[in-house]
Design a protein around this ligand. Structure first.
Ligand SMILES: Nc1ncnc2c1ncn2[C@@H]1O[C@H](COP(=O)(O)OP(=O)(O)OP(=O)(O)O)[C@@H](O)[C@H]1O
Ligand SMILES: [Zn+2]
Length: 729
């Protein structure tokens, strides 16, 4: 994990070319290709991306580029013997590329820029305006003062503008350089200085705001302590750097201390505030066997735990990594904005050229007036506000979600979540606690009364399905003997099978009994009676037929009931999809207020149910936790995984991972998504309206250049702050 640092920069966000995250160049990757990654501090906007893309695109041996502007990281797939040509090419663009090696921390950020050139620039610009206005000095004095201001504040802009122009690219730096130079050429000295100064200031504020959004995530990482107390071979305890602690080491946590690494409790008992991971600050009881997470806060008790993941692979580290990845990818609105600016910027540039030339040449216009208007248009030509508003909003939204324990794997989901109108839910572990207990036992023949529970428990003990666990646990409580099971097999959606003492037994649900052709109306009557109470029933069978019946009951989470209610308030319909039988499904659905329930579903049936909803024109999300949900989760527009903190794969595979098992995180996600999408729309509308307004008044000759900069940068800052509002949600 590489922390992101603050830095002052003069980069900006105007670009003439769309900027996808992954760029496939004409050469295809070959077997000998490798990926080199670079940190480029100066690259955080589409401006730089376009430059780099054009430059490296011409370099032989470079096949693919992956841009992560938010984190300023560039991945290059190539088959060059060394990375020197890449570094050189980037250097020719005025940027420095530092190769990143796995596990090596990022280089120190460049030294902070001095503030005095900017101050000097401001004083100069103001001075020139005042002198000009009061007629207090001859023109050459005003010119000198203005020049000092422009050079001290705008040299970087000029440099960048020049590089862009050389590479035939019209970015904001190029536009600003042309506009300011133009103003100088027509003798508008104070104005040229003011424009450059305002632009530089606005750029600075913008960069700082972006950093704030960026750092919201990496700030999470700082929650893990640097050191932890580790047990040595001789039993003594030593403080060690968290980074170097190995898997399997035993770590001690004092009351009030933050947990340094992921692990499993081996001794002690305490409560832990898991808010940094789950967003839920209600303390969770932890005792031997429970998982603890790096970054969470131990409360009153003491604990010892065994390290289960290295520092750079902790749950928190993986969350941060996933969010950074998501921030690097481009959301749909961003792509729209990119496409828009591809057309907009050159179009306005041509328009400005026309405004400068046509009226004076053909309509007896005054050269000065029309060139001036054209320069103002150049300032307005920059789609900065538009281009910057989207990533800021998305990044802020992703960060806000992560702090709530909602891990969103891409801007697409954050942007698209508000469209969902249907949510499919799995039952076991999602709506219920997923820890059923055995409630009923019924032997179907008097002579198996005593032997059946032990046989069932022996089979159940081999499975980790919740229903099996309940039966196995009941047997443990009664201290029943456990038999050896041969040829054990799990039958998905049905139950299990195995041989005990040479005899084949099955333990499973009604479907299994039907499949074996061993069902009867009398048995069904007994089954249905229990199922209607919301219990799941499994039967023990030998080859002659059912021997005994076991019912287990799961409890509904209080939070589920609330979550369903909130979803309904948001206008989202709910549908329960479960492998459990229909009666039980309906009973549980009624308890939590779910609209519809379907039971007896195999994994493919769950998938089919999602397809059916799509067929009816719905936008469907799905939440689940089990493997039997995987196909449906993948097919849903947004797949939510529950309790991701404890499971290794959920963080990686789900579209949205909820770090604990609180279903209320889904309505929270939907609300955040709705806010995000409305902020995105507000920002685009705001930017477009102000642009249109300015184009008009400029054309009418009513706008001055620095008004244009003010308006342009004003909108940019406005949309940035509007986007940052999400951070506070
Ligand atoms: N290993 C097993 N041991 C005991 N019963 C099982 C086992 N596997 C499946 N069953 C039976 O089959 C039913 C369906 O199982 P499945 O795993 O498809 O769904 P589920 O976990 O009960 O529910 P959900 O789909 O809501 O997660 C279970 O309710 C249970 O009755
Ligand atoms: Zn039947």
């Amino acid at each position: 994990m590489t922390p992101v640092h603050n830095h002052g920069h003069g980069g900006s966000c105007c670009s003439g070319t769309p900027a996808p995250a992954l760029v496939q160049l004409s050469e295809a990757p070959t077997a000998g290709s490798r990926l080199s990654t670079f940190r480029i501090e100066a690259m955080d906007c589409p401006t730089e991306q376009t430059l780099i893309q054009n430059k490296l695109g011409k370099l032989a041996g470079v096949q693919q580029l992956e841009f992560n502007l938010i984190n300023r990281i560039l991945g290059v797939t190539h088959d060059l013997p060394s990375t020197a040509p890449i570094v050189d090419a980037i250097k020719s663009l005025g940027m420095q590329a530092d190769p990143i090696e796995e596990g090596v921390p990022a280089a120190e950020p460049p030294a902070k820029k001095h503030w005095w050139p900017l101050a000097l620039s401001g004083v100069g610009a103001l001075g020139a305006e005042v002198l000009h206005f009061t007629n207090a000095a001859p023109t050459w004095v005003i010119a000198v003062v203005a020049l000092v201001s422009i050079l001290s504040g705008g040299l970087t802009t000029y440099k960048k503008g020049w590089i862009a122009l050389k590479n035939l690219n019209l970015n904001i730096n190029a536009l600003m350089s042309i506009a300011v130079t133009g103003a100088i050429l027509i003798g508008q000295w104070p104005e040229a200085a003011m424009v450059m100064f305002l632009f530089t200031v606005a750029e600075l504020i913008e960069a700082k705001s972006l950093d704030r959004a960026r750092n919201a995530i990496s700030g999470l990482m700082q929650m893990t302590p640097e050191q932890a107390t580790v047990q040595q071979a001789d039993g003594s305890w030593v403080e060690l750097e968290v980074k170097g602690i190995e898997l399997g080491a035993i770590v001690r946590v004092r009351p009030g201390e933050r947990i340094g690494l992921d692990g499993e409790v081996t001794a002690g008992q305490s409560t832990i505030d898991q808010a940094p991971i789950t967003g839920e600050s209600l303390p969770i009881e932890k005792t031997v066997g429970d998982k603890v997470f790096a970054g969470t806060i131990n409360q009153a008790g003491s604990l010892e735990y065994k390290v289960t993941a290295a520092a750079n692979n902790s749950t928190l580290a993986r969350i941060i990594h996933a969010v950074e990845q998501a921030q690097g990818a481009r959301a749909p609105t961003q792509r729209f904005v990119d496409r828009f600016s591809t057309i907009y910027t050159p179009a306005v540039f041509l328009f400005a050229l026309g405004v400068a030339l046509i009226p004076p040449l053909f309509m007896a216009g005054v050269w000065f007036d029309w060139i001036y208007r054209a320069l103002v248009l150049l300032v307005v030509a920059c789609p900065c506000a538009l281009v910057i508003s989207t990533p800021v909003t998305i990044v802020s939204g992703l960060a806000a979600a992560a702090r709530k324990g909602i891990l969103i794997k891409g801007g697409v989901y954050l942007e698209g979540g508000y469209k969902l109108d249907y949510l499919a839910l799995d039952k076991t572990g999602t709506i219920t606690h997923g820890k059923p207990v055995q409630t009923d036992y019924l032997a179907l023949f008097p002579n198996v009364e005593d032997s059946a529970p032990a046989l069932a428990a022996s089979l159940a003990g081999r499975s980790d399905h919740p229903v099996s666990l309940a039966i196995a646990n009941a047997a443990v409580d009664k201290k029943l003997p456990i038999h050896v099971v041969d040829n054990f097999e799990a039958l998905a959606g049905r139950g299990v099978r195995g041989d005990i003492n040479g005899e084949t037994y099955h333990l499973g649900n009604h479907r299994l009994v039907e499949d074996l052709g061993l069902c009867s109306p009398a048995l069904e009557e007994k089954l249905f009676a229990l199922e209607k109470q919301g219990k799941s029933v499994v039967l023990l069978l030998d080859k002659s037929g059912p021997l005994a019946l076991f019912a287990v009951a799961d409890t509904v989470k209080d939070s589920s009931r609330e979550a369903i209610q909130q979803l309904h308030e948001l206008g989202i319909k709910t549908l329960m999809l479960t492998g459990d039988n229909t009666h039980t499904a309906q009973a549980i659905a009624a308890q939590v207020g779910i609209d519809q329930a379907q039971g007896d579903l195999l994994p493919t049936d769950k998938l089919q149910a999602i397809e059916t909803l799509y067929g009816q024109g719905h936008r469907v999300g799905m939440v689940g936790d089990g493997i039997n949900d995987a196909p449906a989760l993948a097919r849903a527009e947004i797949g939510f995984a529950m309790a991701a903190a404890g499971t290794d794969t959920a963080i990686e595979t789900a579209d949205v991972a909820l770090m604990d098992d609180d279903l209320r995180k889904i309505p929270a996600f939907i609300r955040l998504s709705r806010q995000t999408s409305s902020i995105l729309k507000q920002n685009i509308a705001l930017a477009l309206v102000i642009k249109a307004l300015f184009l008009t008044i400029t054309f009418l000759g009513m706008a001055t250049m620095w008004m244009a900069v003010f308006a342009d940068m004003g909108v940019a800052l406005l949309v940035v702050f509007n986007g940052l509002r999400l951070l506070r949600k």
